[in-house]
Design a protein. Structure first.
Ligand SMILES: [Zn+2]
Ligand SMILES: [Zn+2]
Length: 82
């Protein structure tokens, strides 16, 4: 399988080494975003909290949850400059 983001953005045929758990797209190392599962805790009123679950989930950039997008390195966004 090839990386979907590489193929659509740069016509590159990079071998995928992961799959997005949401949409199933093939992802290379650079395009995969490592995250984790979480579940909402309903114990405290008016103070929602989440509990991080063990294990690992890999997302593409489109499907990555908001909490992951905030911490993603932007190094690739500078490639098109110049
Ligand atoms: Zn890629
Ligand atoms: Zn996805």
């Amino acid at each position: 399988m090839r990386c979907y983001d590489c193929a659509t953005e740069a016509q590159l045929k990079t071998e995928a080494s992961a799959n997005c758990v949401v949409c199933g797209a093939g992802l290379c190392i650079e395009h995969s975003i490592e995250g984790y599962s979480q579940e909402a805790l309903t114990g405290s009123l008016g103070n929602p909290a989440v509990h991080r679950l063990p294990g690992r989930k890999l997302f593409c950039r489109t499907c990555a949850p908001d909490y992951l997008k905030l911490t993603v390195s932007p190094h690739r966004s500078q490639l098109a400059v110049g």
